[in-house]
Design a protein around this ligand. Structure first.
Ligand code: PCA
Length: 324
């Protein structure tokens, strides 16, 4: 905690350059994912664009890999003003509000195109909720489609019974419950270690995180079922944003729009590459048996039905807009 406070104090001070009293702002941006991940590279480019466009008036320091705040602490940090902006996986917060979890329901939106459509349908409700909590959405980028990683072959949901199932959000815990696995929440930054110690042996995520965490050292099978594409959002404290001069605000918004377009494109382009790396490192990759897919579809149907009840009229409006 003290270390965190010191780090913030050192980098987020408002300093003045020369005698013209032109304020230079230094912002801290925590993220939960490693430096070489495509989201983080995109964020670095976003920060660089802002630096350039403001001629160095707004400097953003990116703290990757959960080094300043753990992935699941970033929202509260931005909300509480300990960080001016940050990257969150929005479905990580669906216990606060079901709307945050709509992008992580199995088989509701399974391609980039559907995922974009679902984002357009859910964006206003998502933004309104975050705005109530004092935060503004700058941009979204999806993770590649989610598949199943396992240390042993899986032919149907029955084979998942009793698995030590790593979860990264409430919906992935719920899937574990529905298939009779034991959910353990582990952030991406701790996944390699959790696998090495045997705390977990099965999980759903993208080829991107499989690659980042070098999971082939423990797990040998990847079932590329493309069940959903969860999104990361970059959010800023409204108060911090309002504290910028107009040109800097415009620079942030412009860089955010570019990062959103770039991020969606890179996620899709790099997905194939990530899967290739899993194969190159000795993993068996296939699309999953018809039985496994059918079993998971049922899990998805249960979850859509539950979600619709929990999310009420707002949820129904999102689904109607998505399915139109
Ligand atoms: N990677 C992140 C979230 C989804 C994904 O593909 C993770 O596994 O934590």
């Amino acid at each position: 905690m003290l270390k965190t406070l010191a780090a913030i104090g050192a980098t987020s001070a408002l300093c003045f350059i020369g005698s013209a009293a032109q304020a230079q702002q230094k912002w801290d941006m925590p993220t939960g994912y490693p430096a070489s991940n495509f989201h983080t590279e995109n964020i670095q480019q976003f920060a660089g664009d802002i630096d350039k466009a403001t001629a160095g008036k707004l400097k953003i320091t990116v703290h990757d890999g959960g080094s300043l705040f753990k992935a699941n602490e970033v929202k509260r940090a931005v909300q509480g003003g300990q960080a001016q902006l940050g990257e969150i996986i929005i479905s990580g917060y669906s216990n606060e509000d079901p709307v945050y979890g709509v992008d992580s329901i199995p088989f509701l939106a399974t391609s980039y195109q559907e995922s974009q459509k679902l984002w357009q349908a859910s964006r206003p409700a998502t933004e309104a909720r975050l705005a109530k909590q004092g935060m503004k959405v700058l941009y979204s980028v999806p993770w590649p489609p989610q598949g199943i990683f396992s240390s042993k072959p899986i032919n149907s949901a029955a084979d998942l019974k009793g698995a030590k199932w790593r979860a990264y959000n409430p919906n992935t815990s719920r899937i574990a419950q529905l298939v009779g696995a034991q959910p353990v929440t582990v952030q991406a930054a701790e996944l390699t270690q959790a696998l090495a110690t045997g705390a977990v042996n099965t999980f759903m995520t993208s080829g991107a995180t499989g690659y980042d965490s070098k999971v082939w050292e423990q797990v040998k099978y990847y079932y590329d079922v493309s069940a959903w594409l969860p999104k990361n959002l970059v959010i800023v404290s409204q108060k911090a944003f309002d504290g910028l001069d107009k040109p800097s605000q415009e620079a942030v918004l412009k860089a955010a729009a570019a990062a959103e377009t770039r991020g969606w494109k890179v996620s899709q382009e790099k997905n194939t590459w990530y899967i290739e790396q899993l194969k190159k490192n000795g993993m068996t990759v296939d699309a999953g048996s018809a039985q496994l897919r059918a079993d998971l579809k049922k899990v998805g149907e249960t979850m859509v039905a539950d979600w619709t009840k929990q999310a009420g009229a707002d949820g129904q409006a999102i689904l109607d807009a998505y399915r139109k």
